[in-house]
Design a protein around this ligand. Structure first.
Ligand code: IDP
Length: 161
């Protein structure tokens, strides 16, 4: 893996969540965003895009030797993704819990994968698996200027709004 985190500002904990092409096709975008909003996390970046092979090969660099790597890249380039950065206390670990096991057959009901998918090769959503990994992924998918550091109104007085 060649991508690095040098020069990144030290911000509050953030994670990268991506709705994969099957999630977009199945019109699950709104429901998935709603889960992160209602849990209490703050959306600081969002875009819809067609992923390039180059970015995906960096994103999944730890899986290059896996037998499913080729089909994984075909899946991830089969349609647009919705890529997001969410911020909040313990967001990396909590998001992994909300997303559920990689294999939907083992994902608990109530998780995104446990509620919306049945096969590991069409598991709807990506979530960073560590704080360090999240920093790398956010830098890979977003430019710093496209992440918005906005204040919640519930943390300011009415006079400030
Ligand atoms: P994660 O997405 O839960 O972090 P990883 O092991 O990093 O899981 O795998 C990345 C993605 O590769 C999975 O989300 C899934 O789309 C795909 N994948 C993982 N294992 C398999 C497999 O055995 N067959 C097909 N696709 C797989």
């Amino acid at each position: 893996c060649s991508f690095a985190t040098s020069g990144l500002p030290d911000v509050r904990e953030r994670t990268l969540i991506a709705i994969k092409p099957d999630g977009v096709q199945r019109r699950l975008v709104g429901q998935i965003i709603q889960r992160f909003e209602q849990r209490g996390f703050k959306l600081v970046g969002l875009k819809m895009l067609q992923a390039s092979q180059d970015v995906l090969s960096e994103h999944y660099c730890n899986l290059r030797t896996k037998p499913f790597y080729g089909s994984l890249l075909r899946y991830m380039t089969s349609g647009p993704l919705v890529v997001m950065v969410w911020e909040g206390h313990n967001v990396v670990q909590t998001s992994r819990t909300m997303v559920g096991n990689t294999n939907p057959a083992e994902a608990q009901a109530g998780t995104v994968r446990g509620d919306f998918s049945i096969h590991v090769s069409r598991n709807v959503v990506h979530a960073s698996d560590s704080v360090e990994g999240a920093k790398k992924e956010i830098q890979l998918w977003f430019q710093t200027k496209d992440l918005l550091d906005w204040d919640s109104w519930d943390q300011t007085s009415n006079d400030d709004v």
